[in-house]
Write a protein that binds this ligand. Structure first.
Ligand SMILES: C[S@@+](CC[C@H](N)C(=O)[O-])C[C@H]1O[C@@H](n2cnc3c(N)ncnc32)[C@H](O)[C@@H]1O
Length: 204
């Protein structure tokens, strides 16, 4: 029986290069990047290896993935041990005054209740430094309309699994973000009808 704790998410291996291209454009030169919903840890391992000047803080609400994150990143000196953050929780277990220079989150806001998206925006608005980017990756509707039949089918399958889940409308996410001082800055079209969307923290 294998004792390797590393989880392997095939989609993550497929999309990591194109997400990295976006991150190279929008992340600051230096500082700390908080990743929410790290899952297997394959993204943070790949990004931290490609961008070694940045410090990386992985997290997830599910502590059972921490062994996988640690195993994928244990040879990288710029990745901290994962912390448990439930995006939907009103308080995040970060030290008072803890701040980061960027936040990334891939494939989470449609696979969780809307409250997790709002909680993410609340939490990020508190810990992200001014002008720092919040980068979300995944499928989105635009103007309340699906951008591809495959996304519509995916949305139906998500809602069948849990009626609180579903592909989010970028306009609705952007309105909720603006109310929290996070302004939509860039939208990148990605393969397989996904988007990378970048918000910026405005002056408080
Ligand atoms: C589809 S996986 C994506 C993992 C990784 N970001 C990727 O793209 O490979 C969704 C992840 O979101 C996490 N998640 C779901 N709800 C969450 C919440 N409320 N707060 C933080 N993480 C959450 C799950 O535990 C899971 O690791």
């Amino acid at each position: 029986m294998s004792t390797d704790p590393r989880l392997d998410y095939p989609a993550t291996q497929r999309n990591r290069e194109v997400i990295l291209e976006v991150l190279r454009e929008v992340l600051p030169e230096q500082g700390t990047v908080l990743e929410l919903a790290s899952g297997s840890g394959q993204h943070v391992a790949f990004f931290a290896s490609a961008l070694p000047q940045l410090r990386w803080q992985p997290s997830d609400h599910d502590a059972s993935v921490f062994a996988s994150i640690a195993a994928w990143t244990d040879d990288l000196g710029n990745v901290a041990a994962p912390v448990r953050i439930d995006a939907a929780s009103p308080t995040w277990p970060l030290n008072p005054g803890w701040a980061c220079d960027a936040v990334i989150c891939a494939n989470m806001i449609h696979i969780s209740p809307w409250a997790a998206c709002l909680g993410l925006l609340d939490g990020v608005s508190q810990c992200l430094r001014e002008a720092g980017p919040l980068c979300l990756y995944g499928p989105f509707m635009r103007g309340g309309v699906h951008t591809a039949p495959s996304n519509e089918g995916f949305d139906k399958s998500l809602r069948a699994r849990d009626p609180r889940w579903g592909v989010r409308d970028l306009d609705e996410v952007a309105r909720a973000a603006t109310r929290r001082g996070l302004v939509l800055d860039r939208v990148f079209e990605m393969p397989a009808n996904n988007l990378s969307v970048v918000f910026r923290r405005v002056k408080r």
